[in-house]
Write a protein that binds this ligand. Sequence first.
Ligand code: PLP
Ligand code: COI
Length: 359
Amino acid sequence: MEFAQHLSDHRVSEQERTKILQNPGFGNFFTDHTAVIDWSADAGWHNARVEPYGPISLDPAASVLHYGQEVFEGLKAYRHEDGSVRTFRPGKNGERINASARRLALPELPVEHFVEAVRQLVAVDQDWVPSGDGEALYLRPFMIATEAFLGVRPAREVSFRVIASPAGNYFGGELHAVPIWLSQNFARAGHGGTGEAKCGGNYAASLAAQMEAEAHGCPQVLFLDPTDDFSVEELGGMNVFFVLEGGTLVTPRLNGNILHGITRDSVLQLAREMDLTVEERKFTLDEWREAVANGTLKEAFACGTAAVITPIAELRSAEGTMVLPETTSDSVWGSIRAKLLGVQRGTVEDTHGWLTRLV
Ligand code: PLP
Ligand code: COI
């Protein structure tokens, strides 16, 4: 697929960009361009282009605005010491957006076009890739239903876009353990619903719980499955892991409600190679509480593209606060994080072929 290039004549100045890259935060600033591919039921995928970043013109009847027919992805591009820019397992994001698209009745985009759109955008905006420790260019591919039509049926016109945003620590400041809020009033997903899809509606549905979390000083919210013994599912935007005595790593199994995290999958692979015992299984809130009470729970951490790996300090809820053990410098989360980030940043050998060079 050939991408036409319509380059911006009003790029952010070098001085301004340098200032932004000194403290990008997460999701606050956007690069100069966007990659776009249109789709229609008649023409299929067509009109691939890179164009200046800017507002999108949409008909007020566009179905994404009414019925939320939308899916998205998140991946990062890392600056390596030799100046090259690489991304991490982009084919997995391409496969996942297609799984999400099937659930939301959107068209599938061939994975090679997905990766090429990312490459095209990063190539023109490569100066935006930060090089600081823990920093990267966050890439946000998304697909929206643009057809103007108020009947409830799959749109016959769709647009796929990629935007990019320089990113530091998702939770702000230096890496630190975070408190999380236990959602008891809201579930994120139900069986047969869209929990496994990365669609905007799931995140809109998480916001009321997220507001509760923030009111209690927590930057993330934990969801349970109320229909399955209150087993732990995931956080609003991250998967979750537990480390038990003896080096057993437990993470909730893919029960149809939670996102198939690419970081989750990578953590599982790295942990197996580190000879940890790995269990993907049901892990209930009762088991968690008991393991804290009897001292067998050693660590809990969140993982995702945005969060990387972030330790959890405590679980707060309407019933009180459960403080988790303070982790030490030889923690399991710390050594997995070092390995994962090392591969992503090019300082640890990529034995799995996880990196794709973009520039
Ligand atoms: N769970 C949810 C709900 C998410 O939004 C994310 C982030 O994408 C994850 C888990 C982690 O997925 P990944 O590791 O692929 O970024
Ligand atoms: C990601 O990690 O890519 C996500 O989409 C999560 C979101 C909370 C930013």
